[in-house]
Design a binder for this molecule. Sequence first.
Ligand code: SF4
Ligand code: SF4
Length: 440
Amino acid sequence: MLKKSFLGLANSRIEYELLPVKMPEPEKVPPSKTVTLFHPKSGDQSAAPAFQTGDRVRTGQKLALFADEPAYVISSVTGTISSISPYSGNFGKTYSAITITVDENEELEDPFENQTPDLETAIAHLAFLPGNPAYSVLADPEKTIHTIVIAGVDDDLLIGTNQYIVSYALGDIKKGIGILKEIAGVDRIVLVTAGESMQGYGHIGAEVKGVGIGYPAALPQLIMKDVLGEVVPAGRTCEDMGVCFLSAEAVASIGKAYANGQIPVSKILTLVTKDGTQRLIKTPIGTPIRDILDKFNVSINEEDRIILGGPMRGAAIYSLDHPVLPDTNGIVVLDRSDAAYASDYPCINCGDCVRACPARIQVHMLVRFLEAGQFEEAADNYDLLSCIECGICSFVCVSRIPILQYIKLAKYELDRASASEAKELLEATEAMEATEATDA
Ligand code: SF4
Ligand code: SF4
């Protein structure tokens, strides 16, 4: 069985773009009529609904679908709930899409003040913040987190959202770091910035380390290796190794919530339009992508592509009504002439993907098993689980094989199979214990 470590990661020639030292304020984009919030389904779906269409909501109000349901969203506007409908996301994720028609007169939810900085409060009130903080990792009894890494560089090309936050919201990050130390009981916090921009942050209560600007140096597994000096073995996660990653925006949002007594509801993101222009914008979570494109007169023609995230790792969306999510750091609009469409051409064994892969995976062999749906063989024999999902192989593939998409699908299917096996095992054990108890 081949199990690669990342010690042999190769250098890349593609580079992250550093933001200029002086940046204009992000341009504000208010939603024109509605926002839509994706509420993750959880808890007892047969319980009485906590709200319904026609109900009024305030900016910053917590919305759980059912009484006592742990999952919730935070309304980013004041208005009236106009619809609640099921929505299927990627890889089997299901949501309830809550659409709110926006009122002109904003009313703010009661202040988030005098709240204790503890994990329970953060999970109960601050889970839907811009930057999508991952408290579940901090609360997982099976994980012992000893280090929090704050990513001050976005993990994809052309996207400058977290670089901007580090440059212009350092006070909020500093406050967030103090809160994180209290709520997570973690002393070691490391702020990772783009290599050349790490001066002047000594006062914020965290170690400050730079990463190289060669893509994909800002991906978590590479930060683990290059910054923390720890190798994540294949099939394990950074969290398994005791390291939790949070974005700079998430930490700034935590700091801002405690400092201002209001839960932040607006997202900073980078918009890249067809001509390559990059803009930082600020918009309420849930704003339809259509409103953002309309604001900047971006016309969309048939077969143009809209990508949420960045060009290497992002995912295409198929409706302009798709909303901005708490973790939407970028929107990239590609003209159809620039979009690399996937094809069903076979691999021609050119070897470009193998030479480019930073994890030194035999991608041309891996892809044969993925195309055949032989995911276990791909994991056992061709290092599927060593892949860091950088997308470079898809980028260089002359046959336009959607390799990264195959890899994500394969990992999802393997996770699903192993969760199903674990469930069956648990049910069998419980049945056996029940039989033994009856016999006794
Ligand atoms: S996405 Fe492709 S290039 Fe990147 S690590 Fe995985 S196999 Fe290698
Ligand atoms: S780049 Fe594409 S065509 Fe070339 S070896 Fe890799 S998978 Fe095959």
